[in-house]
Design a protein. Structure first.
Length: 134
C-alpha cells in the first residue's frame, strides 16, 4: 500500500508502537542518507510549558547533507525550509508518521535548480515511508 499524501507531506500509518516507529523511521532514513539533526518532543514541551496533556508527538529534523548542500548552493535562503521534518505521533490508537514533501521547497523558491534535488529527496522519503509496516 502506498503512503497517503497531504498538501505538504507524505503520511504513513503503521502497526508499530510509537517507540518502534521512531526507531524504524530513523534507521530507514539513515539507509537513504538522512541523519537526524534535531528532535523536538512536542508532548513533553507542551506539558512543561502549558501543562497540557496530549498524545506522543515527536518532530525529527532529518537532513541529507549532500542534497542540502546542492539546494543551499542553488538557493541560499532555502535554509529557512530545511531540514526535512518528519513527525511521529500517536493518533487514533495507533502511530502515524508524516514526512515533509521536499517539493514544497521548489514550489516556494520557484528555483528550477532545486527541482531535481527536491524530486530525489521526495523519492527517498517515499521509500522510507514504504519500508514501514502498515
Amino acid at each position: 500500500m502506498s503512503p497517503e499524501t497531504i498538501n505538504y507531506g507524505i503520511l504513513r500509518s503503521t502497526s508499530l508502537s510509537f517507540d518502534e516507529a521512531v526507531e524504524a523511521v530513523t534507521a530507514s532514513l539513515a539507509e537513504e542518507g538522512f541523519g537526524i539533526l534535531t528532535q523536538i518532543d512536542v508532548q513533553a514541551t507542551l506539558k512543561k510549558k502549558l501543562d497540557i496533556d496530549r498524545p506522543k508527538y515527536l518532530i525529527l529534523g532529518a537532513c541529507n547533507p549532500n542534497l542540502a548542500n546542492i539546494v543551499l548552493n542553488a538557493e541560499p535562503w532555502a535554509g529557512l525550509l530545511l531540514p526535512c521534518n518528519v513527525v511521529v505521533q500517536e493518533i487514533d490508537g495507533g502511530t502515524q508518521i508524516a514526512f515533509m514533501d521536499p517539493e514544497v521547497i521548489q514550489l516556494v523558491t520557484h528555483n528550477s535548480e532545486v527541482y531535481d534535488v527536491a524530486c530525489d529527496a521526495k523519492e527517498r522519503l517515499i521509500r522510507v515511508a514504504n519500508s514501514l509496516p502498515e
